[in-house]
Design a protein around this ligand. Structure first.
Ligand SMILES: Cc1cc2nc3c(=O)[nH]c(=O)nc-3n(C[C@H](O)[C@H](O)[C@H](O)COP(=O)(O)OP(=O)(O)OC[C@H]3O[C@@H](n4cnc5c(N)ncnc54)[C@H](O)[C@@H]3O)c2cc1C
Length: 270
């Protein structure tokens, strides 16, 4: 598993990364933690001619508060997100989700910006961002725009980000003390979710139940209408379109979505 030949350049700043993206167009790819891109390159599913490394850009890393939002830099590593006192206090679901990603090696290299940009529907952080009603900040050479999580994920490994844009930050509404639930069903420790559920403040998001992280809107509406968690959870798979693989067929995934949603709603922390 050896990738095709490529050039490598370490960006000196976000502006430098954007200029390199503009210069090299479709031949270039941003490199953050490399824990999704490099496996794809080794499998020759991606063959960029130029890698632009943003992983060392300190100005894109870190966590801060901005009014009602928690702001997380794109190159913040999963391990730093999980350990951040600020994230644990203001958006504990996000810290917990980061701690569920893979193993320690992956959590020490992988970044939140890389995970969201990669947009694997089975991943932890995209689901958490949808549950939290967060958004991403996309920087292009002409300026920045903010896109809500519900609109950012467009399909399997597809997002609303343009090839010449850089995801610079993630914004999450502060929710200190608000109860939340998180369930991830895996066959082995450290695996991606066969199905995942994140619930907070009446919003419920599902992982691996379709091409993007899905909202369980029928279950959300049942909850809002005063139904119990057990009743609302029965609607969790409505409107979803799970795929099939060696781990689970569609009907089993729908069953898991209902069971895990009930558990996420009944065993909330916070
Ligand atoms: C064995 C293994 C197990 C894993 N298990 C899990 C798991 O259980 N749960 C889970 O959620 N994930 C899991 N992952 C994925 C892991 O979370 C990755 O770290 C993450 O998906 C990608 O982040 P990265 O920083 O490594 O991105 P990279 O691999 O560097 O990049 C991924 C993609 O995003 C683009 N990109 C990166 N940063 C930006 C940016 N700031 N702006 C625009 N585009 C950008 C790149 O060009 C590339 O296309 C696993 C990975 C491995 C190898």
């Amino acid at each position: 598993m050896i990738p095709a030949q490529f050039e490598y350049i370490a960006a000196e700043s976000p502006a430098h990364a954007l200029a390199l993206l503009a210069e090299h167009g479709d031949d270039a790819k941003l490199l953050a933690g490399g824990h999704s891109l490099l496996p794809m390159m080794k499998l020759r599913l991606a063959q960029p001619e130029m890698l632009i490394d943003i992983g060392g850009l300190d100005e894109l890393a870190g966590v801060s508060l901005d009014g009602d939002d928690l702001v997380i830099g794109a190159t913040t590593r999963h391990a730093d997100l999980a350990a951040s006192e600020l994230v644990r206090a203001e958006a504990p679901l996000l810290a917990y989700a980061a701690a569920q990603v893979g193993d320690p090696q992956i959590r020490h290299r992988g970044t939140i910006g890389g995970s969201l940009s990669h947009a694997d529907p089975a991943a932890d952080l995209p689901m958490a961002l949808v549950a939290l009603g967060g958004s991403v900040v996309l920087q292009g050479q002409a300026g920045a725009r903010t896109v809500g999580a519900d609109d950012f994920f467009e399909g399997y490994f597809e997002t609303a980000m343009q090839p010449d844009e850089l995801l610079t930050a993630v914004r999450v509404p502060r929710r200190p003390g608000v109860p939340w639930g998180y369930q991830k069903f895996v066959r082995r420790a450290n695996d991606w979710a066969i199905v995942g559920v994140a619930a907070v403040d009446g919003r419920i998001a599902l992982a691996n139940m379709g091409p993007t992280p899905q909202r369980a809107t029928a279950a959300e509406q049942a909850l809002a209408g005063g139904e119990t968690a057990a009743v609302a959870a029965q609607y969790a798979a409505e409107g979803t379109s799970p795929g099939e693989d060696m781990h689970a067929d569609r009907e089993y995934r729908r069953h898991l979505a209902r069971v895990l949603t009930r558990r996420a709603l009944e065993h909330q922390a916070g």
